[in-house]
Design a protein around this ligand. Structure first.
Ligand SMILES: [Zn+2]
Length: 423
């Protein structure tokens, strides 16, 4: 059972200029309504020594002019936030924090800040196909122009809102512009595909090695690396590194990396579903970034630490929520000794790791792909007392993982034999 079923995705508004004035009005209206509620609460407090709760605030202020600037659900949310702010203050006081201050008025001199405006089910209409959302205004503000604000938005490329059930949309003013936040819930509460366990080892040459304990898959990071070279070269040709062209290249590089990671995480989750995996174990990235003394790893010729730190983080995040949508749990474990230990007999020795990507065990004679051996060790970390049968099993799969290559033209992964003839 997935435990985290609510998630908030932020989006930029593409038609910022067209909607800015309308959203400003709504944001100011929310501040004004907050102040009306704050003033009412003060009066009650002075008269009775008590602060009204959100139910009373809504009841008393429903007929107020400022209440009808916003959609009724948006206004309700403002008053709920005010009541929550008072409750937070009471809680702090109860815990002995004498310096805690009650929520203030939202006012800077004669002007109002742009408050966040929330739109619940009846207050927005989402058009997933065209990536637009229609936000309702209150009765008072409808007369001026149109009845609603139509925002065209863009989420991060790895977010697909059609997979989610949108509960609430929030318009948030940040760093000088309006943004949207989509508060979402998974539409399904999926059962895990099974109770098998998969282990993933992230690395430089092979971006990911996946072990299912019986077969394994290898995902070389070549496509990412080629992009790095390509964009580094193109960027060096720009006269001005702050030019429009340079920024366009940076954006394109980011999109390409994201696309690779998006496709990879999707592919791995699909492979896990096929094999009835209920738990994915990922080696903790801390071990990759730091050596034994806690210093940043020296990557030497393997290059670009920035890329990999970034890519591993993004990949893990994407894997996490794609797996969650299938009911698969993702755990991280320490990578400690996973590259040095033999996944068959368990022997751990610094001298065991052999060059050219092969792991050879002196104890039991295992010859394995080094990354597959690492992934299998990671997988075994969550298995209860695995019997080490010292080579009785057929371990051929450890030496011969199936390599899957990224085809950019087709936007998917293919077995090496099929993807080999890509241009
Ligand atoms: Zn061994």
């Amino acid at each position: 059972m997935p435990t985290r079923t609510i998630r908030t995705f932020e989006a930029t508004i593409l038609n910022q200029r067209q909607v800015r004035d309308d959203l400003d009005q709504l944001g100011w209206a929310a501040s004004k309504l907050w102040n009306v509620g704050r003033y009412y609460a003060q009066g009650m407090w002075d008269d009775t020594g008590e602060i009204p709760d959100d139910g009373e605030l809504k009841r008393e202020l429903k007929g107020h002019e400022r209440y009808t600037d916003l959609h009724s659900q948006s206004s309700q949310r403002v008053l709920e936030e005010l009541a929550e702010a008072f409750n937070g203050w009471f809680a702090k006081r109860r815990n002995g924090d004498d310096r805690a201050r009650p929520p203030g008025y939202r006012k800077h001199g004669d002007s109002h800040p742009r408050s966040t405006v929330s739109f619940k089910a009846a207050g927005f209409k989402h058009d997933a196909q065209y990536q637009r959302v229609r936000l309702s205004k209150g009765r008072n503000l409808k007369e001026h122009r149109s009845d609603f604000v139509l925002c065209e938005y863009k989420t991060r490329p790895d977010v697909d809102l059609t997979e989610w059930d949108i509960q609430q949309v929030r318009a948030v003013h940040k760093r000088g512009e309006w943004r949207l936040q989509f508060v979402c819930r998974t539409t399904i509460d999926p059962q895990p595909p099974g109770d098998e366990v998969a282990g993933i080892d992230l690395g430089i040459c092979n971006f990911a090695a996946v072990s299912f304990g019986g077969d394994s898959l290898l995902y070389p990071g070549g496509a990412l690396k080629e992009d790095e070279y390509y964009f580094a070269k193109k960027r060096a040709e720009c006269d001005d590194s702050f030019s429009r062209e340079a920024r366009r290249l940076d954006q394109k590089r980011t999109d390409r990396r994201t696309h690779f990671l998006h496709t990879l995480s999707k592919e791995i989750v699909a492979k896990c579903v096929e094999r009835e995996v209920g738990t994915i174990v990922v080696g903790d990235l801390g071990g990759i970034r730091e050596d034994e003394n806690g210093d940043p790893t020296n990557w030497g010729d393997h290059g670009n630490m920035d890329l990999h730190g970034w890519a591993f983080d993004r990949f893990t995040t994407m894997l996490d929520y794609k797996a969650e949508a299938e009911g698969i749990e993702v755990e991280t474990v320490s990578e400690r000794d996973t590259s040095k230990s033999c996944s068959v007999c368990g022997r751990c020795d610094d001298s065991q790791r052999v060059e050219r990507g092969l792991y050879v065990c002196d104890e039991c004679g295992l010859v394995a792909n080094a990354d597959t051996n690492g992934a299998e060790n990671i997988r075994q970390k969550v298995l209860p007392n695995l019997a080490t049968d010292g080579g009785d099993r057929d371990n051929g799969w450890l030496a011969q993982p199936a390599t899957r290559l990224f085809s950019r033209t087709r936007g998917a992964f293919f077995p090496r034999s099929e993807a080999g003839c890509e241009p």
